[in-house]
Design a protein around this ligand. Structure first.
Ligand SMILES: Cc1cc2nc3c(=O)[nH]c(=O)nc-3n(C[C@H](O)[C@H](O)[C@H](O)COP(=O)(O)OP(=O)(O)OC[C@H]3O[C@@H](n4cnc5c(N)ncnc54)[C@H](O)[C@@H]3O)c2cc1C
Length: 487
């Protein structure tokens, strides 16, 4: 407490206005709680300003440029010129529209908005510091707090995001000219999405990955079409290396990568890769090796809130931390670090505070990689279902047998459904192919509703659509798919 300070109070204090925090605040407002949302930078958080939305905008624009320039088979001859500064302006316009919408929605739901950086003074008070000279700070007491401070990109030794040629994803999404060449460090989803964007805009891209494949955690059959398409786009891969340093080379930089101690894909024994160090010349280097929670800047210890050894705040199935009145949601509360997971947790936290019987359920949590083609998953994989004790039955439908996929020119990939053999309940699904991000929603709903393969197969799907592939995969599991051979 600062001498002469006046402390104001709120029922629910939400710290951070990303998709976890602003959704929690709006839901709390809908439930007639007195709610204050504190944000230090921009409404919408990483997702709207520097993550999901800007990356998807540039993915769409780079797809358009690339497709227009490679549609000769369809009789289209074009050589699109790319003005990245204009493209980024357009992307920024989309972002502004959405962030402005968030602010309006918060106000319309009675949320008090406060700009500043919150740190805990104790388990019932925060200090909010306002940026700018002479702006000072204020003390705010709360009945309940929801921490939604998100995550930030991880830096690696010798690659400082403050140095011009070294980029994190946020900086890569704000470039105003297309680099001639780019080294991407990390083949996770952010690295792979941005590698594809720049390759489609004409950049020579090389991806360095310490493991032996792209997209750790995804099944090989899902990754195969993505790796193939990336290779077709000219993206080069160096697996089993870690970037160790970079030097200024005059017009370009030289990125040095050393052989990594590479864990076997099955998580088994580590084996040393016998190789020399690599030297790669490029205009820029994008470091995309993962994200870490923003929990170290909150003085959580003053409130007694505990984190795990990676800095994620420990929570229970109702989003509650070890301190009764303090909740944590979104990236800061752990994996999977996805916007829709944070929003769901934010709604649960608000409802629990309002006394409703809400709880978090990750069973039908989808995840999407917006590569080319897209990968989408929901529920259990076949091996997870078997590990959980289910006898499984699996149905698969390849997009090359889909009339609609062929008419879009995108027919790589498949829909795969995993169901319980005894009753036919849908347990999980994975899709790699066109519009996988949209198609997965039907299967998430199926899991949520406890639908069976029969339910999905008996639902009439519009022809010709990609969604027929979902129905056909269910029919295939039942042994009566029409447009593919049944196993
Ligand atoms: C390039 C990229 C692409 C992505 N694409 C996708 C995607 O396609 N789909 C998907 O689901 N997810 C995607 N993500 C992940 C997604 O952005 C995050 O999961 C999501 O933003 C997490 O939401 P959050 O509300 O927990 O945190 P954030 O969105 O990080 O918001 C946290 C907010 O808290 C504020 N804050 C932090 N500390 C304080 C403080 N002390 N006081 C006040 N305010 C504070 C921050 O300024 C920020 O606005 C992507 C991320 C990146 C980087």
């Amino acid at each position: 407490m600062v001498v002469g300070d006046v402390t104001t109070g709120t029922d629910v204090l939400v710290i951070g206005a990303g998709p976890a925090g602003y959704v929690a605040a709006i839901r709390a407002g809908q439930l007639d709680l007195d709610v204050t949302l504190v944000e230090k930078e921009a409404y919408g958080g990483t997702c709207l300003n520097h993550g999901c939305i800007p990356s998807k905008a540039l993915i769409t624009a780079s797809d358009l440029a690339h497709e227009a320039g490679s549609a000769e088979e369809m009789g289209i001859h074009a050589d699109p010129a790319v003005d990245l500064a204009k493209m980024v302006d357009w992307k920024d316009g989309v972002v502004d529209q959405l962030t402005g919408g968030v602010e309006k929605l918060c106000k319309a739901n009675g949320v008090n908005l406060l700009e500043g950086t919150a740190t805990f003074e104790d388990d019932q008070t925060v200090r909010v510091s306002h940026s700018g000279e002479g702006q000072g700070s204020e003390s705010l007491s709360f009945e309940h707090a929801i921490v939604a401070t998100g995550s930030r990109p991880i830096e690696i030794p010798n690659f400082d995001f403050g140095d011009d040629p070294v980029l994190n994803s946020r900086q890569a999404l704000a470039l105003d000219s297309v680099p001639d060449s780019l080294v991407v460090v990390g083949a996770g989803y952010i690295g792979m999405e941005l590698a594809s964007v720049f390759a489609k805009l004409g950049t020579d891209v090389t991806v360095i990955e310490m493991l032996d494949s792209i997209l750790p955690g995804y099944d090989d059959d899902l990754k195969r079409p993505v790796k193939q398409r990336a290779t077709d786009l000219g993206i080069e891969f160096e697996f089993g290396y870690t970037a160790s340093e970079w030097h200024d080379n005059g017009d370009t930089i030289r990125v040095v990568a050393d052989p990594a101690e590479q864990a076997a894909a099955d998580g088994g024994q580590a084996e040393a890769v016998e190789a020399e160090s690599l030297e790669l010349d490029a205009e820029k280097v994008l470091v995309a090796v993962g994200r870490e929670p923003v929990s170290d800047t909150l003085a959580l210890e003053s409130a007694g809130v505990e984190t795990d050894d990676r800095g994620f705040i420990d929570t229970d199935s109702r989003a509650r931390t070890n301190v009764e009145q303090i909740f944590a949601v979104g990236d800061v509360a752990g994996e999977p670090m996805l916007a829709h997971k944070g929003s769901m947790e934010g709604q649960v936290a608000a409802e629990v505070i309002a006394g409703e019987p809400a709880a978090i359920d990750y069973q039908a949590m989808p995840a999407v990689v917006f590569t080319d083609p897209e990968i989408a998953t929901v529920g259990m994989t076949e091996s997870e279902a078997e590990d959980a004790g289910f006898e499984t039955t699996v149905g698969k439908f390849p997009f090359r047998a889909s009339g609609r996929a062929l008419t879009t020119g995108e027919s790589d990939g498949f829909v795969k459904i995993v169901a319980d053999d005894a009753e036919g309940y849908v347990l999980g699904a994975s899709i790699v192919g066109p519009e996988a991000s949209e198609l997965i929603a039907e299967l998430g709903l199926a899991i949520e509703l406890g639908a069976t393969l029969e339910d999905v197969a008996a639902t009439v799907h519009t022809h010709p659509t990609l969604s027929e592939s979902v129905m056909e995969a269910a029919e295939n599991a039942l042994g009566h798919a029409i447009h593919t051979l049944n196993r």
